[in-house]
Design a protein. Sequence first.
Lengths: 121, 121
Amino acid sequence: MYVKKIAPSLNCGLDLVGEVLYGKWKIRILWFIHEGHLRPSELQRKIPDATRRVLNVQLKELEDHELVTRTIYPVMPPKVEYHLTDFGKTLIPLIQSIGIWGDEHQERLRRVILKKNELTF
Amino acid sequence: MYVKKIAPSLNCGLDLVGEVLYGKWKIRILWFIHEGHLRPSELQRKIPDATRRVLNVQLKELEDHELVTRTIYPVMPPKVEYHLTDFGKTLIPLIQSIGIWGDEHQERLRRVILKKNELTF
DNA sequence: TCAAATAGGGATAAATTTATCCCTATTGCC
DNA sequence: GGCAATAGGGATAAATTTATCCCTATTTGA
C-alpha cells in the first residue's frame, strides 16, 4: 500500500472534502451505489473505463472514510455488497447537484475540454 | 506542457465536471476568487500550501476551461487579476454547498482522514 | 545599490495515482 | 474437464500531477 510522504492540507471544509472525494472515480462510485448498483461487478459494468483494481482501491478508501460499508455474504461464488453509510448518504444531494450542473452545461463543457485536448486525440 | 496519453471519460455530467474541477487546488482557487482575492499573489497567500508554480498551472487550466478570465494591467510592477466568468459563477453555489458540508462534518472528516494516515505523520 | 514585490515560464525531480498483469478459490454449466 | 463469473490482492509499470529550482524584468523603498 502506498504511504503518503506529504501531509494533507486540512485547513477548511473544502480541504477536508477534497481528502475524501479526491479520486478519479469516487464520486461516480458513490452515485452508482446510491442508484442501487451494490456489487463490485455491477459497479465495474457501470464504470467500464475504470479497471477492476482501481475500483477496489477506491472502494477501500471510501470504506476507510466511513462513506460506504462492505458486506460479505458467505456464499460461493463470493458475493459482496457495498452500501452508503448514513454519513455517505448526506453527500448524495451534493453529488446530485454536481451531476445536474454537468448535464446542464454539457455542450459547453465538452467543447472546452476537447479544445484543450484536440491536439492529443 | 504535459500532453495526455489517455482519453478522458466524457460519458455523463459527472465525468465532465471532473475534467474541469479535478485538480488539487482548483475549487479553492475558484472560491477565493469569488471572495475577491483576485491577484495571483493574494491567492498564493490564501493558499500557502500550494506552490506558485502549481497555482499558475491550475489558473491556466481554469482559464482554458472558461471558468475564469485573466486581465493584465500594463503597469510596473506587473498586475494581473483573475475574475470568474459568468460560467464560472454558476459553480459558486455548488462550491459553497460542498464547503458547508465539509464544515458541518469537520470533526468526523478530520478523524477518518487522520485515522488512515496516522502511521505516516 | 540591494532587497522585496510583482507575474510567470522552462526544465526536471519527486510524489501520487492509475493501469497492467498475474495469482488465489469455488460453483455451475456445456 | 475446461471456461466464465465471482471477489480481491501483490508487484510493478506507466501516466499524471505537484514540487523544486532557477531565470527574466521593473519599480519602489530602505
